[in-house]
Design a protein around this ligand. Structure first.
Ligand code: HEC
Ligand code: HEC
Length: 161
């Protein structure tokens, strides 16, 4: 009887487990933010920071983004590290149309608005310091180049200026 009762007591504890999609602390030194996404591919605006959002989303999964990526704390932050919130990402398309996006709690930013290619991009920090990409780009998949190692000549992540 005692055993049965303790099992019943355990049930509410199990139900109280944090839902997937929450962020958990990583080992010190792995992510500059100290926290990472642990929700796998669960749909969320905070999902998979640093990954190539559009590569996945363009295969029929999730919203159809024209621009998507993550502002991180360090050029070499690995995939899934939470980035920096409150960074202003400014995209100017070939017609001069300006799209301003603010990075969320995971550092993620995204838009489904149509943009005329090529575009230019810059990031403004909360202190007003701006980092601009000198090259124009023809894909809004920031994460395809801004990997931890830096693909296509990128210096690594899109980072807080
Ligand atoms: C491995 C594949 C994959 C990657 C990488 C990925 N996503 Fe998703 N995303 C999904 C799927 C699957 C869904 C849910 C689709 C559905 O149910 O319609 C989704 C849904 C979303 C949603 C909608 C959430 C909601 O609550 O409605 C947002 C916003 C989103 N993703 C943002 C991003 C961003 C930003 C990135 C990159 C930093 C990203 N995703 C990377 C697969 C991915
Ligand atoms: C096809 C590859 C590619 C894509 C896509 C790309 N970038 Fe870049 N980015 C680069 C390269 C290469 C550099 C370094 C040379 C330069 O500034 O043009 C760079 C540099 C930058 C810089 C300046 C970096 C620094 O620390 O000074 C910022 C900011 C930036 N990119 C933001 C973005 C954003 C935001 C997106 C998505 C909207 C994006 N990039 C998409 C390749 C890319």
């Amino acid at each position: 009887m005692l055993k049965f009762n303790s099992l019943l007591l355990l049930l509410p504890l199990l139900a109280g487990c944090p839902p997937a999609g929450d962020t958990a602390s990583t080992d010190t030194g792995v992510c500059s933010s100290g926290t990472e996404w642990t929700g796998g591919n669960e749909e969320s605006p905070n999902m998979n920071p640093g990954q190539d959002c559009i590569a996945c989303h363009s295969s029929g999964e999730g919203p159809d983004f024209t621009i998507a990526g993550t502002v991180m704390g360090d050029y070499a932050d690995p995939d899934d590290c939470n980035g920096v919130e409150g960074m202003l990402v400014r995209i100017t398309d070939a017609d001069g149309v300006l799209i301003e996006l603010t990075s969320n709690a995971a550092g993620n930013f995204y838009s489904t608005k149509d943009i005329a290619m090529p575009y230019t991009a810059e990031v403004e920090g909360t202190d007003g310091v701006i980092a601009a990409m000198s090259a124009e780009q023809t894909t809004g998949a920031c994460g395809s180049c801004h990997t931890a190692d830096g693909a296509e000549g990128a210096p690594g992540r899109v980072v807080e200026p």
